[in-house]
Design a protein around this ligand. Structure first.
Ligand code: ATP
Length: 682
């Protein structure tokens, strides 16, 4: 079988004898790294300007402090060689005063910004760490606080305390903190839903560690940008409060106070206001440029953009491959022959996962929306069980519930939930740390599986370093071995790279290697090929099959594609509206001997899954599954079912043993002789 692997970002497959253009090694890698270290122009300009301003703040009071206080005979003098910005109403040199005021203005602005960011981080990140109720209440409180204009809040706080530099700094710090809190809260929430945070939760990392290691580094860039913009805004607000007499009090002075004095004299000596105005403008601009430049410099995704662009250019010049991933996979005869569940009989195999009556719901107001409705299942060692069904049928939520990784807003219960003999059915108890070694997970989108701010090696080795206390060197050697097994080229180099430096297919294989490192008993593969280029998909399927054979590892494979499921799995569970509606051996599926009208409809809408079947026109299934809040009292498929009978509208059918499998359908199970014992919930 020929494979030309061209990933979404230009992946090529080493196994196919091609090199990966996005994976720089040796001299290329060094050249790329040198290129990446180039500083962005805004950073250089902003840092230079701010350094000069800070230097000025340090030296100005020493050099020109007395000149700024000197009372010259001419008051409100116009611009001259001796006084470039004229003199004020007491005859003091405005140019010297503007320079000297730099120190106090900068110190106050920095203090107010630090206070705002500090309070904002504690509020915004603290809420993410808190429980479900505090999180939702905290979010609303922040929204309410943001709705008040910070200048008004600062004015009110300053008015309550006596005017002065300390009260104005505290007022501005408090007034701007909700904006930081909201940004940090929103960013932290969005990062918390990334797959790499889910993996960190599976590894049992504490909330604080997840926040420090995965959340904060990934929100640092936007927070920095807002900090620099906030610094500029703070200077303007400080100046505004000093301007109206609430800020710095005489005899001290800052730019705001000088601006007020300049505006009072604007008709006599217009140039007097120019100095402080320009100072505020240039400092604000410098802060903005610095923040923007720092964001570009620290964001690892931007660092590699050059190499990615060139890689894409190479990738798009490669020939397209007509055969689909599953076609390539299915055409592998040796693999088809070995698709049976090994030599041992089913009874000999230990049960790896045992689930009975698993239910998951989401709450909307006072209503509980049922997302998973009584799923029962057993997965044996070495068995590949497939979940197939339309989008929203509950495949991922079921799998995440099995791994005890549901989003915090979802609640669940199960009569039995056992993985590798460990009882996990108490939904209030923290899952045991060993679960991280019992279960490995491969997610759909390889771009969200790795924390973009950490090296691939740090992340791959985390599970054995944290849970098995394996020393760093040994963990690294283990990671290299697993990367090699997952057919990742140059594993030593990959460990030192950032995730964005790997192609899509390469990242997915690295993800599989990471899942394998702790030798889990059960691998959950949630649509592992969906986000990949079609030719890389076949390779990932083959890799999963090989892992299953080599390690006798059970796999729970999730896909909406019945062809992928029929190609890889031993047993198939068809899910619809949060329930398993049919369970059958893959041989039955491939032979087209399916019972449930929904499974039939899925097959009819898929090109030639059944063995020996001819090409036929596809029959798309009309309609959509019911939403969790619109479930009918009877069978959830009733509105789309060609076999619907009156009973279907009122009674939800139970999943009953039927031939080699089990079916939940009144029309199929109405023949009493064919009905076996209860099989599962409901
Ligand atoms: N955190 C959540 N809060 C509320 N509802 C959710 C949440 N996560 C999933 N759901 C809902 O649960 C249902 C099942 O979702 P799930 O992701 O399991 O579907 P799926 O079969 O895996 O679909 P897909 O193939 O698109 O991933 C959907 O209606 C979805 O909107």
């Amino acid at each position: 079988m020929t494979t030309i692997g061209v990933g979404a970002a230009g992946a090529t497959d080493e196994s196919a004898g091609l090199t990966d253009p996005t994976g720089p090694t040796g001299a290329n890698a060094a050249a790329n790294r040198r290129r990446r270290r180039r500083l962005p122009a805004p950073l250089i300009i902003g840092a230079t300007l701010l350094t000069l301003i800070v230097l000025l703040a340090v030296v100005a009071p020493l050099l020109w402090g007395s000149g700024a206080e000197k009372l010259n005979p001419t008051i409100r003098a116009h611009r001259s060689g001796a006084h470039p910005l004229g003199t004020d109403s007491l005859g003091r040199d405005v140019f010297y005063r503007t320079l000297v005021a730099t120190r106090l203005t900068l110190i106050m602005a920095a203090a107010a910004t630090i206070l705002a960011v500090g309070i904002g981080t504690i509020l915004g990140a603290g809420i993410v760490l808190a429980g479900r109720r505090v999180r939702s209440l905290g979010g609303r409180v922040i929204d309410l606080m943001v709705s008040y204009p910070p200048v008004i809040v600062a004015l009110a706080i300053t008015a309550i305390f006596s005017p002065g530099r300390v009260s104005v700094v505290v007022a501005i710090g408090i007034a701007f903190s909700p904006q930081f809190a909201r940004l940090i809260n929103t960013l932290a929430n969005s990062v918390s839903s990334k797959d790499y945070v889910t993996i960190a939760r599976l590894l049992g990392l504490s909330r604080g560690r997840v926040l420090r290691r995965h959340v904060l580094p990934n929100i640092a860039a936007p927070v920095l940008v807002l900090t620099s913009v906030g610094f500029a805004t703070t200077i303007v607000t400080l100046s505004g409060l000093s301007f109206i007499g609430l800020g710095v009090q005489q005899p001290s002075y800052d730019w705001g106070q000088l601006l007020a004095s300049g505006l009072r004299d604007i008709y006599v000596n217009p140039i007097e206001a120019l100095g402080p105005s320009l100072a505020i403008l240039v400092t604000g601009l410098a802060a903005g440029l610095l923040g923007d430049g720092l964001a570009q410099f620290w964001d690892p995704r931007q660092q590699g953009s050059r190499s990615r662009r060139s890689a894409r250019a190479v990738a798009t010049s490669m020939p397209a491959v007509g055969e689909s991933a599953e076609d390539q996979y299915l055409s592998d005869r040796s693999l088809s022959a070995s698709r049976q569940l090994g030599e041992a009989t089913v009874a000999d195999r230990p049960v790896v996962a045992s689930i009975r009556d698993l239910r998951v719901s989401a709450s909307r107001g006072d209503i509980d929306l049922p997302l998973v409705r009584g799923v029962s299942l057993e997965i044996l060692a070495g068995e590949i069980v497939g979940f197939v069904g339309e989008s929203g049928s509950g495949k991922s939520v079921t799998a995440m519930a099995i791994a005890r990784l549901l989003a915090p807003e979802l609640s669940w219960s199960a009569k039995i939930l056992e993985i590798n003999g460990r009882d996990l059915s108490d939904s209030h108890a923290k899952p045991p740390v060993e679960l991280a070694s019992d279960i490995g997970i491969v997610f759909q989108d390889p771009s969200t599986c790795f924390n973009p701010a950490l090296h691939v090696g740090t992340q791959i080795t985390e599970v054995v370093r944290v849970h098995k206390k394996v020393p760093k060197d040994k963990a690294r050697a283990m990671a290299i071995e697993k990367l090699r097994e997952a057919r990742v080229s140059s594993p030593e180099t990959r460990l030192k790279q950032y995730p964005h430096e790997l192609s899509g297919g390469m990242r997915q294989r690295a993800m599989i290697a990471m899942a394998l490192l702790s030798s889990p008993k059960l691998l959950i593969a949630d649509e592992p090929t969906t986000a990949l280029d079609v030719t890389v998909q076949a390779d990932v399927l083959r890799l999963l099959h090989q892992i299953n054979r080599t390690h006798d590892m059970a796999i729970l494979m999730i896909s909406h594609d019945i062809k992928v499921i029929s190609a890889l799995c031993h047993r198939v569970c068809v899910m619809y509206a949060g329930r398993i509606v049919e369970e059958l051996p893959v041989a039955e599926l491939r032979a087209g001997r399916v019972q449930h009208p929904y499974t039939r409809a899925l097959l009819a809408a898929t090109p030639a899954v059944a063995e020996g079947s001819r090409e036929r026109p596809l029959a798309p299934l009309a309609g959509r599954p019911p939403a969790p809040d619109r479930l009918p009292p009877g069978c959830s498929f009733v509105d789309r079912c060609p076999l619907a009978m009156p009973v279907c509208a009122t009674v939800d059918p139970r999943l009953l043993v039927h031939g080699e499998g089990a079916v939940a359908c009144h029309a199929v199970n109405e023949v009493p002789l064919r009905i076996g014992a209860d099989h599962g919930a409901n």
